[in-house]
Design a protein around this ligand. Sequence first.
Ligand code: SF4
Ligand code: SF4
Ligand code: FES
Length: 259
Amino acid sequence: MDILINGKKVKTRKGEHVLEVARREGFEIPSLCHHAALPPDGACRLCLVEVEGPEGKNKVTTACTLEVAQGLSVRLDTPEVAANRKVVLEMLLARVSDSPTLLKLADKYGLLEMRLVPQGEKCVLCGLCARVCTELVGAKALTMEGRGTETYFQPPFGEPAKDCVGCGSCAFVCPVTCIEYKKTDRTIEIWGRTFERLACTECGEPLDLTPEHRDLIRRRTDLLTPAEMQLCGGCERRTTMKTMQRVVEGQQTLETARR
Ligand code: SF4
Ligand code: SF4
Ligand code: FES
């Protein structure tokens, strides 16, 4: 099915959303809470577009939650989109005033003046950390705590995260990098806990994998054997090549190689 983006006809598939289609076609739309591997959430309100309606009844909405439909026509750079985006950016910047990501966006989208009182917070409440932790990692270690301006994403009751496995995914996806994550040769520190880093069983290089994360992966999938999980990138490639050579030479079958 075809839709129009800024007047350009583009091909889409059923179930796609305007944000992913527009980006695939090379259009720029800012976002904070979008993650390609997760369903849309519409939390940050930054990815605004204007949908053209009959008799000029247009509406501004979020591109990440807007599903494609036959005849849909959206514009990305109308005065309404620009004005609404500035309001969203101003509210985000009032909450977290020192985020380089937000300051860059404010500059790019022409937010020249701040009228709101700065709140001095660190988190923009996009919710991405908790969604990634629950839906991709499967740990469910973070929840939304508190109310109103006192709302935060953190481990339940503000305690060290008992269900956290130290994978660091929440810190990597946080758009304003406000989750503290520290890595040494032996440990990973996050959410008030210190995790041991496993080492490659071939060469001893420290991995970005904790015993807790390895065990969680094992409970969720058997795609990787424990031996495969505990190899660094280089050793994994070497081991795979050696195994494939043995399979090709008839010394081993693919089935025994997977065990
Ligand atoms: S580091 Fe902990 S809280 Fe963060 S995504 Fe991984 S398991 Fe969840
Ligand atoms: S900690 Fe980061 S990822 Fe989590 S809600 Fe806040 S801004 Fe979003
Ligand atoms: S990316 Fe669309 S609302 Fe956040």
